[in-house]
Structure formats: structure tokens, C-alpha cells
Design a protein. Structure first.
Length: 527
């Protein structure tokens, strides 16, 4: 169990009681301190201790959360001297979403209730609605005029006691493989600083923080960097820099058995990012940046624009972005509010003087709502549904006819198909239907920008073209869909006047592995 280092600093005989279980056999249990953080006095860092009980007990372990909901009601159970054997309940809220040092600052939820004070040190802070533990109280202000304190978040606690990672639900590696990897590098050392090795492997990233251990560096790669092969790219050179021969051999064996080969790694194309955020008082905030498999690049231009000047500003700035990725056949991504997804941006020019339009490139649309970090629910649906994109388990595309069902019916149908990740509309879908499709998390959506004018939608030309499109998309791997759509657009331009599934074709292609940095301006809401 976890507690504060200062709580047991003078204890010779450690005893643990689980008062809330209301069981006499769980009172006064003997335990041993197996870990102490570097804490050495009031206000210092690393106020963490781990107690191992002498015997196993039959209680369900707490569920831990590294990214708490900032709006959630937080509760702790402590034992101030005046609270008796049953203790006291403390309701708190975060003073800020930002940490100060390694701590999150907390304050009493109301002015007349219990407040952080002596007796709450080591108390688990949990979300009242879910029961998930988000941190541990370490300090109170000590002033009668201030009802505040400090909490050490789970994310900070695990930086001291790395075994805590074995109990967390971390998406970047399955739990059993992650535990084995952590055990291999426990107490391992490198012959060069880990941050230096990281920057040699990923030369485009900004200098990271100093790492506390080899595992801390691996965890940083898994959780902070992008690219499906990021672990392999880092672990292969890391093994050669480990100072202990046994750890080096074990890591090389683990990589070869667990990860796909990284030496014959496929070149991942870069992106040019054109991103728009709707401003609450009208107009848009426009940013341009690039992305590579090493991560996002810094924006090269930002401006506030009205809709009528949007095309001109984009066409003027795209050539400058091309200088960063020249010779690499980039994907050009328009990250847009949902209200702008019908704009014919593939018909805009990247070089108007020479008649070179965006149709000549792999041009895709993305939903800006998914990329906003605060939209965790929308991001969860999108990322979860995207897991089959690069596997052989991807189901064939579904075609929605010109006479689309109601938005609610479309949403319910998609919720019954959690594996559905490619959707094709026979004709331009109503915005209400498209919004439900996007909220459901479908990562690939195709539609023509034309509406169907025929009365029999079961046999209309648009539905037939969508069927042809479905066959061609079904045969394409996820990463090749933007290239296929480019080919279809060019084929349609060549066959002027003839029906073709690539004519005025829009492609929403949302790859969760390609996450550009958010703009500094965040005033906008989707218009």
C-alpha cells in the first residue's frame, strides 16, 4: 500500500488498518516498508513510501488513474485527531489544472466543510463518481486562514516507485509485455545520458526533460512520442548502450520476440497541416505546420481570417510549407471544424501559376474536434474504433445510400458496429448525419460533394458509383487510402463528362498516430 514517507519516518513497528472494511481481521496488520522516496523534510519532493503487508488480504485493489477529469468531485478519507476511529471525509477540488513542481494544489470544496490538515497525509484522493484514485495528499498549508493543500498525482508517484506502472492501464504496450520490459531494465544504466540517446534516435524532437531511469526514458517514448514503431526505434539502440551485458542480451531478445522488425522500417510520409479553429466572435484562427514520424513541427504561420479570405491565405502559404518536406510526397491535411468539411479544398491551388492543384497530392480532411485535448470522450471513441485500421481484421467499407437514415439511427447503427472504421456515403450527407458519424469515432469517411437528384436511390447512379468506390477502398491498406483517392480524383478529371466515383470526392482520413500540436489559440468552438 502507498502512504507518505513522512508518515512512517519515525515508525519502528508499522501497522496498517483498513477501517472502512468494517472487519476486525483487517485492523492492526503488520507490514514492512519496502520503498521510501527521497523526501527528507517538510516541503521536499518524493514524499512516497510503500508498505508490504506480512500476509495477503482479500480486498479488491484500488483502481488508479493518471489523467483525472479536472471537473470531477474529489474525495479523501483521513484521520485527524478530532475525527475519532471512523475518520473524516474531505471533499476537495484542484486549484489549477497545472502542476507546481510535482504536486497538484488542492483546496476545500466549500468554505464551511472539512479542509486539508494534519491527519490527511497519505490519504488516497479519488473521484467520487468512479472511485478511481488520482493521487495522495502530502501537505496542508498549516495556516488557519488557508484551506489548501497539496496532492501528489499518480503520475508523479509512479516516477518514484516504478512498479506502480505494472498496475496501470497503459495503452502503449500490453500489461504482461510491459511488466517484463520494466523488469529487464530495472537498475539498468546507459553509457550515455538517456535523453541524449533519445535525441539521436528522434532528431526532430525538442530536448526532453532529464530522465530518472532507463524505464523513465522508455515510458516517455511510449506515452509522449508518436509512430507505431517508436518503441522499436528506441529500444534497438538502447540495448547497445546498456552497461550490463545481461540486461543488454535480455532486451535484445525481448525486442526480437515482441516487436516487429524495425531495421526494414517503412518510410512514413510527412504531412503539411492546415488547421482552422472557429472563433467565438466570428472568423477563424488559421495555423500551418508540418508533421513527421518524429513528431509535430513548430507552426510556421498563424493568422486570424474570415471565411472569404481563407482560400487566398492558404494558397499563399502552402508553398512555404512545401520547402520543409520537398521530395517526400507529403500528405496535405486540412483540419477543419465540421461546418467547413464540405468546402472543395481539393480544388484549391498549391501553385496557381502552373495550374497545380491539391488534387495532385494526397489531400485529406480531418475533424478538429477530435484533436482538441479536452474532448476526451470523442477522442476515446475515435482511437478505440481505429485499432483495426492497420490489421487484417478491418471489415469491408459500409455504404450508406443517398436516402440516409436519421442522424439518431445512423449513430445507433454505428454503436452496434464498434469494428466499423471505413464508411462511404453515396451522396453528400446532411451535416446532421455527418456529425453523428464523426461523434461515433469512424476514422475514414468518403462522400461526393454532389447531392443525388434521382428518385430511386436503390438503383441510382450515385449508389452504383459508391459500390465501385467501396470495392476499390476495401482492397487498399489504411495508409494507402489517401494515395488511392488521389488516383481516383485524377482519373475523374481525365474522364471529363463521364460518371466516375472519384469526381468531387471528399476523404476524411483521421490517423490517431499523426497528432499535430494544438495551436496556442483555443478560443474557438466548432461552428
Amino acid at each position: 500500500m502507498l502512504t507518505c514517507a513522512h508518515v512512517i519516518s519515525e515508525c519502528q513497528d508499522v501497522r496498517v488498518s483498513f477501517a472502512q472494511a468494517r472487519r476486525r481481521d483487517l485492523i492492526g496488520l503488520r507490514g514492512q516498508v519496502i520503498f521510501r522516496g527521497p523526501w527528507y523534510g517538510p516541503g521536499t519532493a518524493g514524499d512516497v513510501a510503500v508498505i508490504e503487508l506480512d500476509h495477503d488480504i482479500d480486498l479488491t485493489p484500488a483502481r488508479l488513474l493518471t489523467l483525472p477529469d479536472p471537473s470531477a468531485t474529489l474525495v479523501a478519507h483521513g484521520f485527524p485527531l478530532d475525527s475519532g476511529e471512523s475518520g473524516s471525509i474531505l471533499r476537495v477540488r484542484l486549484s489549477s489544472r497545472d502542476r507546481i513542481g510535482e504536486w497538484s494544489h488542492i483546496e476545500a470544496d466549500t468554505g464551511h466543510s472539512e479542509f486539508p490538515r494534519h491527519g490527511f497525509s497519505g490519504a488516497a484522493v479519488h473521484e467520487e463518481s468512479t472511485g478511481k484514485v488520482v493521487g495522495m495528499i502530502t501537505d496542508s498549508s498549516g495556516s488557519a486562514d488557508r484551506r489548501t493543500g497539496r496532492m501528489l498525482p499518480i503520475d508523479a508517484i509512479r516516477s518514484y516507485w516504478e512498479e506502480l506502472d505494472d498496475l496501470l492501464d497503459l495503452k502503449w504496450l500490453p500489461a504482461s509485455e510491459r511488466r517484463e520490459l520494466r523488469q529487464i531494465v530495472t537498475d539498468a544504466e546507459t553509457d550515455i545520458p538517456a535523453h541524449q540517446l533519445l535525441m539521436q534516435t528522434f532528431p526532430r524532437i525538442v530536448r526532453p526533460r532529464d530522465f530518472l531511469s532507463v524505464w523513465d526514458a522508455i515510458r516517455y517514448v511510449g506515452e509522449e512520442l508518436m509512430g507505431q514503431d517508436r518503441l522499436g526505434r528506441f529500444l534497438v539502440p538502447l540495448a547497445s548502450h546498456l552497461t550490463k551485458e545481461r540486461a543488454r542480451a535480455d532486451l535484445e531478445f525481448w525486442v526480437g520476440r515482441t516487436l516487429s522488425p524495425v531495421q526494414a522500417r517503412e518510410v512514413i510520409p510527412p504531412s503539411i497541416i492546415v488547421r482552422l479553429e472557429a472563433k467565438t466572435k466570428g472568423g477563424y484562427f488559421l495555423t500551418f505546420s508540418t508533421w513527421t514520424d518524429d513528431g509535430p513541427g513548430r507552426p510556421v504561420h498563424a493568422a486570424s481570417v474570415d471565411k472569404n479570405e481563407l482560400r487566398t491565405v492558404v494558397e499563399d502559404n502552402l508553398p512555404r510549407l512545401m520547402e520543409r518536406v520537398v521530395g517526400q510526397d507529403p500528405i496535405i491535411e486540412f483540419v477543419l471544424p465540421q461546418s467547413l468539411l464540405y468546402e472543395p479544398v481539393d480544388e484549391w491551388y498549391i501553385d496557381r501559376a502552373n495550374g497545380i492543384s491539391l488534387r495532385d497530392y494526397r489531400m485529406v480532411l480531418r475533424d478538429v474536434a477530435r484533436l482538441r485535448s479536452q474532448n476526451s470522450v470523442i477522442r476515446d471513441k475515435w482511437i478505440t474504433r481505429s485499432r483495426a485500421l492497420r490489421t487484417g481484421r478491418r471489415p469491408p467499407p459500409e455504404v450508406i445510400s443517398c436516402r440516409a437514415p436519421s442522424p439518431g439511427q445512423v449513430y445507433d447503427w454505428l454503436m452496434l458496429r464498434p469494428d466499423m472504421c471505413v464508411l462511404i456515403h453515396s451522396s453528400r450527407p446532411p451535416i446532421s448525419v455527418l456529425r453523428k458519424v464523426l461523434v461515433s469515432g469512424v476514422p475514414v469517411v468518403l462522400w461526393p460533394r454532389m447531392r443525388c437528384a434521382e428518385s430511386d436511390h436503390a438503383a441510382c447512379s450515385r449508389h452504383q458509383l459508391a459500390g465501385v468506390l467501396g470495392l476499390r477502398v476495401a482492397a487498399a491498406p489504411f495508409d494507402e487510402i489517401p494515395g488511392l483517392v488521389r488516383q481516383l480524383r485524377l482519373e475523374a478529371r481525365e474522364k471529363r463528362g463521364q460518371p466516375h466515383c472519384g469526381r468531387r470526392l471528399a476523404l476524411l482520413w483521421d490517423d490517431p498516430d499523426r497528432l499535430p500540436d494544438p495551436p496556442t489559440y483555443t478560443d474557438g468552438q466548432d461552428g
